[in-house]
Design a protein around this ligand. Sequence first.
Ligand code: MCA
Ligand code: AMP
Length: 506
Amino acid sequence: MPAFNPLHDRLIAPLADRATPLLHLPDGSTVSGQSFFRDVARIAGALDAQGLKPGDRLAVQVEKSPLALALFYGAAMAGVVYLPLNPAYTPEELGYFLENSGAALFLADGARAVALAPVAARAGARLMALNADGSGDFADAVAAAAPRAHPTPRGEDDLAALLYTSGTTGRSKGAMLSQRNLLSNAEVLVREWRFTSEDVLLHALPIFHTHGLFVATNTILAAGGSMILLPRPDTDALIEHLPRATSLMGVPTFYTRLLDDKRLTRDLVAHMRLFVSGSAPLLAETHEVFAARTGHRILERYGMTETNMNSSNPYECERRAGTVGFALPGVEIAITDPETGAERPQGEIGMIEVRGPNVFQGYWQMPEKTVAELRENGFFITGDLGRFDDDGYLQIVGRQKDLIIAGGYNIYPKEIELVLDELPGVKESAVIGVPHPDLGEAVLGVIVPEPGARPDAVAIMAALAGRLARFKQPRALELVDALPRNTMGKVQKAALRERFGGKFAG
Ligand code: MCA
Ligand code: AMP
């Protein structure tokens, strides 16, 4: 029998009569599958009551909580497209997402209502409050709503989520993810990573990105497991709750922070089944030191917002440090010549391209960008450079796209350069990522002052603060007389990275 609404039928419906805990909260309380299901059905009812129709966009900028997690599934049940946003975004940044997506409803913390109301009004989105403590007019609407008895019928190709990912021009692009994109990936990860109903995932990631929302949560729901839901990625809390978990998914910063803590011992994690790392490169050294200290080899995998998970180290065989393993079942990975697109022989470095049921449907209302990155034959051009080693393990060796990944957050230099260049006393700027002991990479702003000007670093940082989310703001600024350029006039960022690479050396 064809599924009515695949995400609902596979991930949500099984919770309806599950009396056991789905979520374990830090205060010792739990949320049963049934209770989560009721919230999901009521959220779907509240979206109906607010007049949202299938295909409408629901934008959400709220703190992590059980109800916040249920929002995605309520939207899926109602056929509404879910657009999660980092609570760190400024009103200016949010304005773009709301306008570009044409969101019908925007949920945010009531404390920000004054700053956000004009932004929402300009975009034509209705603003409602959902606060971290579970209060707010949307929370009231959920409490009062008649729970949905049935999901809105959806097909596999219908959109479930719109996740914005920044572009090289500084304009973010909305990656359209279908029901199939998300569900196929969750099913594959359950099998490849051996998740079962016995699993308890320690969930400390944010839930506005693919990693925390889809990879972690959809996989646990598909496996019938449970999660310890931590509001923040706090190392003390990780250490406190690890003994009750079977598995952890994190960005490399989770692992370097754990290693910096003496309480991380073999005994503490002896019972653990699986540690997964992704979203940014895990240094081979971190992998080895973690293995020596704990006896666990971290399983590194590779994904993207546009593609969900592409490749993974094997569960049973060798997990090779410095590699992201093999293509997941159903996913094809090709290494191509970045200029011609022709496939390159085994062992050679080239562009990583990906095809499969995990690959997105294109960029929201940006057909020209979709055509530039998603080939007609279905391969997506990732912008990552890689090679297969002699045993077929995929190594990511660099990025062709100008992107910084700090603590697992993607930061596009162009977006910061555009803001810096507007500031008084700044002639031009270049933003680069340099090695950072905690975040992997950190943002460094290199500034060429106007002739005779001496821009003040404190004033520049203050000017950025209102405009860019904190995680995008440079950790340091350097003044230079001129930017190094090649004969074509292009800024040579590699030369800048070489010059300033030791800035944050630990
Ligand atoms: C926080 N800050 C950051 C970051 N996080 N700055 C740069 N990069 C960051 N990632 C800022 C804070 O605003 C704060 O500024 C200061 O740094 C110190 O914050 P701290 O308390 O250390 O931060 P934290 O709350 O402990 O978080 C650090 C973190 C976190 C654990 C690395 O950023 C995190 O959870 N990252 C995971 C991101 C993620 O889920 N990525 C997946 C994307 P101040 O003190 O000045 O106010 S999905 C993806 O990439 C694909 C699909 C994939 O493959 O998974
Ligand atoms: P995003 O599209 O924001 O989800 O970020 C995806 C990017 O993160 C990829 O294109 C890679 O550059 C990077 N990435 C994800 N996982 C890994 C990994 N295991 N190793 C290296 N880079 C990774």
